[in-house]
Write a protein that binds this ligand. Structure first.
Ligand SMILES: Nc1ncnc2c1ncn2[C@@H]1O[C@H](COP(=O)(O)OP(=O)(O)OP(=O)(O)O)[C@@H](O)[C@H]1O
Ligand SMILES: [Mg+2]
Length: 295
């Protein structure tokens, strides 16, 4: 079992606190996406889970194991956390072949030669790169390098996979097909994955659950459908692509329908989404452009 759990995490760089009292859980077998704008703390969160950064406070658990807790002086280095990571920049070793790169995590784990050969070729076949095994990685396209990075993260069958915007350097078409491959790879691994992106479409199509972050704080956690249809805050609504956000006041509520008056005094505008708030409550009226018709 390898759920990932963060509790009360605090991480600062010099005098800037990026995460404060940050808590999050990804269940065994889940693919959870961290979605938020640039600088909100997504990479910092992943690096803390991987053991590439040390938080000043809080706990990180992978499965039953406490892997980091400064208060109890616990800190497991990255190679003892049973994780695989795919970085935005691929971070392949340029002086090695495809095979050499993918075999690396197995060498670190001291697997014997025959086992390495078998596992590397099997994972390369899975990402469609087995015929490139002996190419230097410098002679690959961006998409091919990304496949190698994915294979390297998965070859040792880690319990947890961490993805830091792995597709942002690829063109739109390749991004969509790689997205499916990542989802398949996650499903086949049977492990837990945490995926970082600032692309709402990617988060919605790929994940079991989405965590929306702003300035190091969690704004909403939900299934893609919940996030897409029921954003909890104005920020989430805006980030998830509601083009129309209008401040309004509830004027009437009955039979599961609610009427609001817009700031300008216009209205009432009725909604039957089953959201009932007391008259007088200030709310945000959110609508996607393609839901509105002009008669
Ligand atoms: N090594 C560092 N030293 C100082 N500040 C840092 C360091 N790494 C990150 N930060 C700061 O911490 C904040 C969060 O950075 P982080 O890289 O986690 O953001 P992010 O959500 O991954 O953004 P992006 O989408 O641009 O990758 C930013 O304000 C960033 O400038
Ligand atoms: Mg980042």
């Amino acid at each position: 079992m390898s759920a990932v759990e963060l509790a009360g995490l605090r991480k600062s760089y010099a005098d800037v606190t990026v995460l404060d009292d940050f808590s999050l859980r990804a269940n065994q077998g889940e693919l959870v996406t961290l979605l938020g704008p640039s600088g909100c703390g997504k990479t910092t969160t992943l690096r803390c889970i991987a053991g590439l950064e040390r938080a000043e406070r809080g706990e990180i658990r992978i499965g039953e194991r406490l892997v980091a807790c400064p208060e109890r002086r616990v800190f497991l280095p990255p190679n003892r956390r049973d994780i695989g990571m795919v970085f935005q920049s691929y971070a392949l070793w340029p002086h090695m072949t495809v095979f050499g790169n993918v075999a690396y995590p197995l060498r670190v784990r001291r697997r014997d030669r025959r086992e390495r050969q078998r596992a590397v070729m099997e994972i390369l076949a899975m990402v469609g790169m087995d015929s490139y095994a002996h190419r230097p990685v410098t002679e690959l396209s961006g998409g091919q390098q990304q496949r190698v990075a994915l294979a390297r993260a998965m070859v040792a069958r880690p319990a947890v996979l961490l993805f830091d915007e792995p597709l942002s350097n690829l063109d739109a078409k390749l991004r969509r097909s790689m997205r499916r491959e990542i989802r398949d790879a996650h499903d086949r691994s049977g492990g837990t994955s945490i995926y970082v992106t600032h692309d709402q479409e990617e988060a919605i199509t790929l994940s079991d659950r989405v965590v929306v972050i702003r300035g190091g704080k969690i704004q909403q956690v939900g299934t893609p459908k919940e996030i897409y249809t029921k954003p909890a805050t104005r920020f989430v609504a805006d980030f998830i692509g509601f083009e129309n956000l209008l401040t309004a006041t509830v004027s009437e509520a009955r039979d599961g329908s609610t009427a609001v008056k817009l700031m300008s005094g216009a209205g009432p505008v009725w909604t039957s989404k089953g959201i009932t708030r007391a008259p007088g409550t200030e709310v945000v009226l959110a609508a996607r452009a393609d839901e509105l018709e002009i008669g």
